[in-house]
Design a protein around this ligand. Sequence first.
Ligand code: N01
Length: 546
Amino acid sequence: MSASQQKSSASTSPSGEHYDAIVVGAGFGGLAMLNRLRKQGMSVRVLEAGTGVGGTWYWNRYPGARCDVESMEYSFQFDEALQQEWEWPERYSPQPVILKYLNHVADRFDMRKDIQFNTRVKSAVFNENTNRWTVTTENGESLSATFCIMATGCLSAPNTPDFKGADSFKGEIYHTGKWPHEEVDFTGKRVGVIGTGSSAIQSIPIIAERAKHLTVFQRTPNYSVPAGNRPMDPELQKQIKADYAAFRERENQQQTAFGSRFESSNVEILKITKAERDAIFEKYWQIGGLLFLYASSDLLLNREANETAAEFIREKIRTIVKDPATAQLLCPDTVVGCKRLCADSGYFETFNRPNVKLVDVKSAPIEELTPKGLRTGNTEYELDCIVFATGFDAMTGSLLRMDIRGRKGLTLQQKWAEGPRTYLGLTTVGFPNMFIISGPGSPSVLTNMVPSIEQHVNWIGDTIKDLRERQLICIEPVAEAENAWVDHVNEVAGYTLFPTCNSWYLGANIPGKPRVFMPYLGFPAYTAKCNEVRAKGYEGFALSKG
Ligand code: N01
């Protein structure tokens, strides 16, 4: 079917309809992929579980949700007019602004006609006879496509711990990653937040302002630095827009993976005095946000160096939080940055409020939910609302919750039973013509996601274009290439402190999940590697006419 034969409304698809490509998900990845493949004259159907576009920014509507990458960098670059016309009001964008931006993108490029909302994909099965993917939805539809592209996101399968008595609680239950669309009113209520990761750290200060009382149930304290959010500097915005392409190029070339225009200090922190160290940490603390990790070149390589940063943050916590016992409980003893560093706006200060209490659930874990609240050990906490800020089955969860079957009926669950295996984080042996945007084994969550997504989208788009021009219809990595890539991803992670803590990067937050470091720590060299693979005629891939 050619692009011109596409229907103008994407409310449903007649079962049996064939497309050149099916894209699963309408977040940043799905929208960019749709735009790219349509430009190549392909028929594309995007299947999206939500009622609107936005992905992460559609689902994570919790109070205080905000991006921790700067606005001028966390946006698409595929269209110059788009990046010129959009005005970002703040240094770090709040969730409603990013969602508005993505809706603008969908409208501006007339994308909605090819997106089917309210459509959760149940299965995707490769047929070796036809070389086509059959995708079935929970609504009972069945579509087919030559290419199947998973734009399902790295942090989109919410994790809700399976507490005893979960159904018995009579109050309201929320998950930060699946927040209701209507306003949640905490006024006059006793609220409990479970978890102290990024989502909790952003929402706790706002919930505390609204609730009658807030109890924070903390299992592991987290490092957080002030985000340093402020209104966008119009001069800076103007300056960047004057040559956005050059700005993006600099970002791509920089070693600073979060795509920031601030540079790493390149100081080896153990080679300078404590006073010099503290001055550098203070400078990065004042700059704000994740850039704190660039205060020294060896923070994530050397435990002793890392400990100096850890102690600097602990000292800040002790200074901010007035009650010494609460401050002590909030002080992490782990490696800074090993779990994703958090960026906050008044998180530690919130514990000075009279209506906020911190409860340690490491020493006395949550035993069960009760009709009135929850119980840890012998203590029952009476609550009107419980907020699960308990994170996600990251990187693989959204893929493994679908029934994906490749050659010879092999399921992705079987293939990845010991942990995800991919070539370049984009493809996996046994699943021809299936691409994963920001898949495990790609830099993804360790970078500024939007440019990383666009790099994947461009690579996939170019690859499909090449295949079609050469009248080839199948691409699949070969086992040696995949094995070598998996080994390389692990080897690189092994040089760092990342594997030393129980993070979601390692799947350690999900009981029973194989402990494998999932993202690839190799930005920006990764882009060069992907380009080289293409330049060498898709080295590591088998291409065929089917
Ligand atoms: O999830 P998390 P998140 N009993 O996994 C606790 C991105 N993000 O949604 O550490 C008690 O970090 C768990 O405790 P522990 C960002 O990449 C970005 O907050 O396992 N507690 C932990 O404290 C981030 O890293 C932005 O001991 C339980 C918390 O729940 C990622 O999303 C904003 C428990 C989960 O923290 C995930 O962040 C938000 C149990 N049974 C998110 N189970 C920005 O851009 C889990 N926990 C700023």
